[in-house]
Design a binder for this molecule. Structure first.
Ligand code: F6R
Length: 252
């Protein structure tokens, strides 16, 4: 079941998502969180860092698993998601290396070893709380349109529109955006206890409309979430501009 909350601004919506993460950790200090990268979570992570530093919750026992990582970019590469996470969350919260995980993304036989990430997640008891962004084409993680709903962690080829959307992180150089990433699969994501999807900005309006109004189809990967028992979508007004009447609860 999907619940929807709409907030006036992206910053209000980000604050709400941070609150939800903090409530999860307050309720279960040893929570296993699934995390996303990209532009959407930046304000969410800033808020979490601020509140953890202020003593709102203790973060020491939290374990995190990220959704995806570009194939072939090392942790020290400023374009890698590992670097992003170190900059925005792991570093500021002083998280120890053994408490955070990225999908395997370097070395040979990636296609073969990628599903081991699902096993590592299972070994940690599974993901309690998963944060998602959404691509303008409806992708979650890097599960592009056409990805089977029963997919586990795998090597994905990025669509042209996803590479274009992410080129901004590579100084606008599309050729520098990797062609492939290792991503949690849709079944990996669906195994999480609670899922919170954050959608900010007008560019997400089409995908959100498809997710909330149309029957599930692999053509819109996020639509798999309609089959999950506990999904909360936190949107700003711009992202929710095509769905108005469906609002489950309007934020302030
Ligand atoms: C990132 C990820 C992607 C992004 C999506 C939206 O880890 O899994 O699905 O959430 O591409 O990206 P932004 O937030 O940059 O619009």
């Amino acid at each position: 079941m999907i619940e929807l909350e709409i907030f006036q601004t992206a910053s209000d919506a980000a604050h709400r998502v941070a609150e939800l993460a903090l409530e999860q950790v307050a309720a279960r200090p040893a929570s296993v969180l699934g995390l996303a990268t990209g532009s959407t979570p930046i304000a969410i992570y800033q808020d979490i860092v601020r509140q953890v530093r202020a003593g709102r919750v203790v973060w020491d026992q939290v374990t995190t698993f990220n959704l995806d990582e570009y194939v072939g970019l090392c942790a020290s590469d400023p374009h890698s998601f590992t670097y992003y996470m170190q900059q925005h969350l792991f570093g500021p919260l002083g998280m120890r290396k053994q408490k955070w995980f990225m999908p395997p993304h370097c070395g040979p036989d990636l296609a073969q070893i990628a599903p081991r990430y699902d096993q590592t997640i299972a070994d940690h008891g599974g993901i309690d709380w998963q944060l998602l962004g959404i691509g303008r084409n409806g992708h979650i993680g890097f599960n592009e349109p056409g990805t089977p709903f029963d997919s586990l962690t795998h090597v994905a080829t990025l669509s042209e529109s996803t590479r274009q959307a992410n080129a901004a992180w590579f100084d606008g150089h599309l050729d520098d955006v990797p062609q492939q990433a290792v991503t949690m699969g849709l079944a990996t994501i669906m195994a999480a206890g609670t899922i919170v999807l954050a959608a900010f900005g007008e560019s997400k309006a089409w995908a959100l409309e498809k997710l909330l109004k149309e029957p599930p189809t692999p053509a819109v990967p996020a639509s798999v979430l309609t089959q999950h028992p506990h999904v909360l979508v936190i949107a700003d007004q711009a992202a929710a501009s095509r769905i108005n009447a469906l609002a489950g609860r309007a934020g302030t």
